[in-house]
Design a protein around this ligand. Sequence first.
Ligand SMILES: Nc1ncnc2c1ncn2[C@@H]1O[C@H](COP(=O)(O)OP(=O)(O)OP(=O)(O)O)[C@@H](O)[C@H]1O
Ligand SMILES: [Mg+2]
Length: 221
Amino acid sequence: MSQPVPALELQQISVVFGEGARRVVALDDISVAVQPGELLAVMGPSGSGKSTLLNVAGLLQKPTSGEVLLAGENVSRLSPAAAARARRRHVGVVFQHYNLIPTLTVAENVALPLELDGSSTAGVEQALAEVGLEGMGGRFPDEISGGQAQRAAIARALIGPRSVILADEPTGALDTTTGDEVLRILRERIDAGAAGLLVTHEPRFAAWSDRTIMVRDGRLS
Ligand SMILES: Nc1ncnc2c1ncn2[C@@H]1O[C@H](COP(=O)(O)OP(=O)(O)OP(=O)(O)O)[C@@H](O)[C@H]1O
Ligand SMILES: [Mg+2]
């Protein structure tokens, strides 16, 4: 039987920031593959390289060396515009700091990846309802709480047909109940066939994942 094609594959990824005395090896030869329907938890101390790993997987950071494959296609050497297109079509990202655009309403933030792609934005209200933000689409990011901003960022990452979902501490600003609810929504998407990478400091969320990897000083341990 042939091996299934991973939704996301990182091959021998290294990322080096700065030069000379400021040189930091953020990732050192990391290889990992995530299958459709699989949620991989990424744990490790602060500064170990978790966010850098997610940024590389989300085509937001070019690795110093190594390859990124989406559904078997090498996307490491795309132009910035082509990488942005591939990211919008295939990858949903929940950032550690939500990165909502302050001049857009909550609904406009969630609709953004669809609009940039010329797709219908009909699903926005439902996406907001799924994360408990019904009726809040017209507010601006500075008119909602941190937890609500986090949920808006999650709605934006899950909208549309995403095959890879990357979440960097998506429950960091949430209370336990809302955090569990967000994990349930994420897990449903994974069960429906997406592949996920979840950075978390909370061991209890590892239980929602199929596998856990530990990153330490930029290496898998
Ligand atoms: N743009 C950058 N320029 C220079 N160094 C950076 C940059 N981004 C990250 N680093 C460094 O790379 C290392 C890994 O950072 P990263 O943000 O990936 O850690 P992390 O595991 O996500 O930490 P945390 O749990 O605190 O979010 C750290 O030493 C950090 O200081
Ligand atoms: Mg981080």
